[in-house]
Write a protein that binds this ligand. Sequence first.
Ligand SMILES: Cc1ncc(COP(=O)(O)O)c(C=O)c1O
Length: 477
Amino acid sequence: MLSAKASCDSHGQDSFYFLGWEEYEKNPYHEVQNPVGIIQMGLAENQLSFDLLESWLGSNSDVLGLKRKGISVFRELALFQDYHGFPAFKNEMVDFMAKLRGYKVAFDPNNLVLTAGSTSANETLMFCLAEPGEAFLLPTPYYPGFDRDLKWRTGVEIVPIHCSSSNDFRITERALEEAYQQAEKLNLKVKGVLVTNPSNPLGSTMTKDELNLLIDFAVTKKVHVVSDEIYSGTVFDSPSFISLTEAVTERSIDETDIWNRIHIVYSLSKDLGLPGFRVGMIYSNNQTVVAAATKMSSFGLVSSQTQYLLSNMLSDKKFTSKYIEENQRRLKRRKEMLVAGLRGAGIGCLNSNAGLFCWVDMRHLLSSDTFEAEKELWKRIIFEVGLNISPGSSCHCSEPGWFRMCFANMSQETLKVAMRRIEAFVEFSSSTAAALDNCNHQRAAGRNSRRSSLPRWILPLSSYDDHEEADRTLTIH
Ligand SMILES: Cc1ncc(COP(=O)(O)O)c(C=O)c1O
């Protein structure tokens, strides 16, 4: 019944990233109504600074009431808007982006295309820059949504740039070259490289060396670079954020050919915590790309009401300065809480300075160094411990045992519960392992003996029968 396009399975919907969300929806944690439910740690949402936004809205009720100086602008906003967006909003957006980069770079509002979130911005860029069957190189691990956003409707292929824990998953010249050769082997023409800076899922910013490596690569191979900088306002620790635009400008090659092949993606989903508002954008110095993307933006415009509200909010410079600083301070505190909690459970994380998540090293908890073992651990963590975290395999990580854990989409109390659960799980797992070693008895590994010694709060989460049912429906990809 469905078209080949609609039924094409490159969406990635069956990855553990999305399956974890489904499991969470069936049994969501609530501190009073469902204290044994699943805690959502697989969603990169920023709920830490809503009070600041709400307080601004409270003292600017005219804006919420769609009024300007007391006079209604309802009719003006309700009417058809063209796909260029409101000039006032675009001016505020470019100023906000420059502010997040310490005004080291300036952005021209004429080079901005508004889109319904970064999801739409990334897809639009793929439509503009590559034919179906052409490729973009992406460093792994990468945001699981990219399989949907970049590939699904465009027919573009992703070829991984394999990064490894041996250098904190940094991009190397060799890894870039290997990915390029791999694409050639697969007969795929490489049109560009797409990075997230700061990285989702690593939570770290790219170094100047990495950015220069990318620029050199794009110059030599004559390909595009898309830098998804959706987390640029979340950088809460040193080293500070260096945007791709800044790195290019510093090399004084901003007037050369490469300048036309650099494209920035941004959105207010993370920095302002407004994913529901669907505000994203493409920034490109390439007028042909800007014109094509603007035409395509009819499929995902930002509503005029939202533009009106946010242009007013962003024009309050005192507010934005305070917001950025306070939001980063809260994110840093929250991340430290997560890191300390995990450390208490003997679990380490990659050093990070940005984002709404940590990249967590659970390799020592795997029964073997395989993705099969990672899947087993993920299932135990979601069904027995009640935490939905995203396994590295869903981010296309090439090493089993890494997981992404989000920390900004819940209250501090919920995070504490999550940390207590993981600590109990690790303790339980190591005592079970020790018991197994000691008695050296096959039956000790049996289901019944495990069930009887599970911590008390774990039992009501899911029965082993449910667990087995899930086992049948979950397949690894
Ligand atoms: C790197 C990255 N790009 C894009 C998106 C999609 O964001 P938006 O809500 O703006 O569509 C996300 C969301 O998690 C993301 O992490």
